[in-house]
Design a protein around this ligand. Structure first.
Ligand SMILES: CC(C)(COP(=O)(O)OP(=O)(O)OC[C@H]1O[C@@H](n2cnc3c(N)ncnc32)[C@H](O)[C@@H]1OP(=O)(O)O)[C@@H](O)C(=O)NCCC(=O)NCCS
Length: 175
């Protein structure tokens, strides 16, 4: 599969906004946390650069890298990689979160993005990678289990009133 997972560059502006159109009517955070209405592409790149380096992080945020999945000149999805965990991410979010645009689902693209994201996590020095997903999100936990995810537990996210699965790829750290 010719899918390349990488950070955005200045040359990707058109591709980024075209990819965003695939999320019309969906929660935009599945595509981007950083771009807001009225913001230029260059401003967003600067935010992403600082977030990856951990510069001027908003309260409660940890350093993270946003990686986009490019296939045949289109962005089909993204993976957010958190470099470290905080209390919130330990409950919901974990180290990596991923999404594929509705039109491109069911073709193995999320699995391939996660495979490449796990390599990226290794390059950050992460030994155990936490991934959380809703207990009812069958495609998501199939992906996690395919990569050897061990189920630590299921916990109730009170805010969303949703049962979440917490998985680890690698050893489950003692709490
Ligand atoms: C979850 C999501 C990323 C999966 O993307 P995808 O590209 O369709 O995933 P894949 O094609 O790699 O499929 C992954 C697995 O789920 C299975 N699957 C895909 N769609 C499915 C469905 N509707 N029902 C059951 N299983 C399904 C696939 O067969 C595959 O399993 P396999 O490895 O045993 O064959 C995508 O549905 C999505 O973006 N959802 C919204 C965001 C989200 O929930 N992200 C995860 C947060 S933890």
């Amino acid at each position: 599969m010719n899918l390349i997972l990488r950070e955005l560059t200045a040359a990707d502006e058109r591709t980024f906004f075209d990819g965003f159109k695939e999320w019309a009517g969906e929660d935009p955070s599945w595509y981007t946390f950083s771009w807001k209405e009225g913001m230029s592409y260059g401003e967003m790149l600067e935010i992403l650069r600082k977030e990856a380096l951990g510069i001027e992080l908003a309260p409660g945020r940890v350093p993270h890298t946003m990686l986009y999945g490019f296939l045949d000149g289109k962005i089909i999805g993204r993976v957010s990689v958190r470099h470290t965990l905080n209390d919130y991410l330990r409950k919901r979010g974990g180290h990596i979160g991923y999404a594929v645009a509705p039109k491109f689902r069911g073709k193995g693209y999320a699995s391939e993005m996660v495979r490449q994201a796990l390599e990226f996590c290794k390059s950050l020095g992460l030994k155990s990678i936490m991934i959380t997903c809703s207990d009812t999100n069958v495609p998501s936990w199939k992906i996690i289990e395919r990569f050897g995810g061990k189920l630590e537990d299921r916990i109730l996210d009170d805010e969303e009133n949703e049962l979440m699965r917490r998985y680890w790829i690698g050893e489950i750290p003692s709490r």
